[in-house]
Design a protein around this ligand. Structure first.
Ligand SMILES: C[S@@+](CC[C@H](N)C(=O)[O-])C[C@H]1O[C@@H](n2cnc3c(N)ncnc32)[C@H](O)[C@@H]1O
Length: 287
């Protein structure tokens, strides 16, 4: 396991994932009943952008959060996300308003949780898990598990709260990771049929979506919305040109809320004319 998220922290894919994650948390909170937030591949929680070692490659955050940092007139969801990163950066010790510390998914979601909500973060790399434990040491109703995130839906669902939002954000290093995602999602849905699952995936040869999308569509496992963002056209693609989030059991009205957010992200994060977004139902809500 060689993956180091530090190099990618704050890139366009993180912006896309983290903005939608915060919107999902808020959508869950439209109902007063508490829920469990389960982040199966949580990372270390805090990334020092000044130390992101890209092995000689340019850092990725300037074309991600860097594009939003000084932008005016952002739509509310993006302004809210930038304000959260700004607050984190300051609290983490940045000397002025210069961006240096970027929060990962656990620390972007945690401040939104209500006292009655609960969170569980899984991270397999000991160093990353230890760092996340330090970040979460004083958080209430929050536990870091040094365990395999793919086993977490089976182990932790259904939650006491009976409602759950599960983020699955693997590194996609191994060839079979999407297959493992599909098994974890199916096990989770069997135990908690109404749980919301958000699965991040790269749009690249690295991970075909077929092992997840085929069973979801063919066996209509749950209403499923697919949101995708491409920052460059396929012909120009060097490295990661796009990514997506498959959302099973999306909260009510989430599609309508996500559309303008995706359109704004295309405008802000485009690297060339091929930039585009997509929001489609893989399995329609009414079926
Ligand atoms: C893409 S990063 C996560 C980023 C994080 N979700 C965020 O948005 O800030 C993937 C993380 O999964 C961890 N990891 C890899 N395999 C894992 C597994 N089987 N279970 C739990 N964590 C794993 C890696 O160490 C890495 O920190």
């Amino acid at each position: 396991m060689n993956y180091r998220h530090a190099f990618h922290a704050g890139n366009f894919a993180d912006v896309f994932k983290h903005v939608l994650l915060r919107e999902l948390v808020r959508a869950m909170q439209r109902k007063p009943k508490p829920f469990l937030l389960l982040d199966t591949h949580a990372g270390r929680g805090r990334y020092d952008l000044a130390r992101a070692d890209g092995g000689g490659r340019a850092p990725e955050w300037p074309e991600g959060i860097g594009r939003l940092w000084g932008a005016n007139d952002l739509p509310p969801a993006l302004a809210d996300y930038v304000a959260a990163v700004r607050a984190f950066n300051r609290a983490a010790g940045a000397e002025d308003d210069t961006l240096r510390f970027y929060p990962g998914s656990p620390l972007l979601a945690l401040p939104l949780l209500r006292p009655e909500d609960r969170c569980a973060f899984c991270e397999l790399q000991p160093e990353e898990a230890e760092a996340l434990e330090r970040e979460c040491a004083f958080a209430r109703k929050c536990r870091v598990h040094r365990s395999d995130g793919y086993g977490a839906p089976r182990a932790m669902l259904p939650p006491l709260e009976k409602r759950a939002l599960v983020l699955i954000d693997p590194p996609f290093e191994a060839a079979d990771e999407m297959k493992r995602v599909a098994v974890a999602v199916e096990e989770g849905l069997r135990r908690s049929p109404a749980a919301v699952f958000a699965v991040w995936y790269p749009i690249s040869g690295r991970a075909s979506t077929a092992p997840l999308f085929l069973p979801v569509r063919e066996r209509r496992l749950a209403p499923t919305l697919v949101a995708e963002l491409r920052v460059q056209g396929e012909a120009a693609e060097v490295g990661l040109g796009g990514c997506g989030l498959a959302i099973l059991n999306p909260p009510w009205q989430f599609a309508a809320e996500a559309r303008p957010v995706l359109q704004a992200l295309v405008r802000l994060l485009a690297l060339d004319d091929g930039a585009a977004c997509r929001l489609d139902w893989l399995v329609a809500e009414s079926s």
